[in-house]
Write a protein that binds this ligand. Structure first.
Ligand code: MF3
Ligand code: CO
Ligand code: CO
Length: 254
């Protein structure tokens, strides 16, 4: 029985590693073209083509009716922004979220890009969000409580005066895009289930400059901060091991 379990775990890791590398590769390509004047639709087309050229599909495309191949969430948009003819301008921040589906397995990652020179406050928000994600990843190993992940993120961002979005969370991922468990980005140390080696899930904190509340626009997808303050997000797909974790969506850049 043990041998069979290990085989499954190995396959899941290998397949997610491949899907994750493709999703991360797409973001590296986005990084090359993104600048003032880029349309969010241009980002979408690049992602669509990159995934196809690498033998993968975009998981978001037509997922529950989502119309595009990636999410592009600018400034006060928290997540699930829909690519359009919107033109990026100097000083914007934009999260691009890409999920590759390769050989039946998913790899999900996102990053917030700075367009040209951004304000000091926007930079601080973006950096703090990335730090929070990486700090959470550092504590992951077999028997870490799920609540410890949320606690690390919440402590780090609240110390800077920012807030953690509560309406969206990380998620188990594998043959399904979104599966158990929910990975909250806030919480208390020592609470929740103990994670086990072989589990694969995302961590994807959305951090607001102002208050944590969000609302969804009439398009049914675009989530924005209620107070119109800036929001940033980074996401990795990780696999838990006995003494740590593997990040499947690490990019060559950051
Ligand atoms: N990639 C997002 C996540 O991190 C989900 C996007 S679903 C979509 O879970 F339909 F909006 F694309
Ligand atoms: Co995700
Ligand atoms: Co995502």
């Amino acid at each position: 029985m043990k041998i069979i379990m290990n085989e499954i775990y190995k396959e899941a890791f290998e397949k997610t590693r491949q899907a994750g590398a493709i999703a991360a590769g797409a973001l590296d390509e986005v990084n090359k073209i993104i600048k003032p004047g880029t349309r969010t639709q241009d980002i979408d087309e690049l992602c669509y083509e990159y995934l196809n050229d690498h033998g993968a599909y975009s998981a978001p495309l037509f997922y529950r009716g989502f119309p595009k191949s990636c999410c592009t969430s600018t400034n006060h948009v928290v997540c699930h922004g829909i690519p359009s003819d919107k033109i990026l301008k100097e000083g914007d921040i934009i999260n691009v979220d890409v999920t590759a589906l390769k050989d039946g397995w998913h790899g999900d990652t996102s990053k917030t890009f700075e367009i040209g020179k951004v304000s000091i406050k926007a930079k601080k928000l973006v950096n703090t969000t990335h730090e929070a994600l990486m700090k959470a990843i550092k504590i992951i190993k077999e028997d870490t409580h799920l609540g410890d992940i949320g606690a690390v993120i919440q402590d780090h961002v609240e110390a800077e005066g920012f807030s953690v979005v509560q309406d969206f969370c990380g998620h188990g991922i594998g043959k399904k895009f979104h599966e158990e468990p929910n990975v909250l980005h806030y919480g208390k140390k020592g609470t929740g289930i103990k994670i086990k080696a072989g589990m694969i899930f995302t961590i994807e904190p959305m951090i607001n400059f102002g208050k944590y509340e969000t609302k969804t626009l009439n398009d049914g997808w675009t989530a924005v901060t209620k107070d119109k303050s800036l929001s940033a997000q980074f996401e990795h797909t990780i696999g838990v091991t006995k003494d740590g974790c593997e990040i499947f969506t690490l990019s060559k850049n950051k």
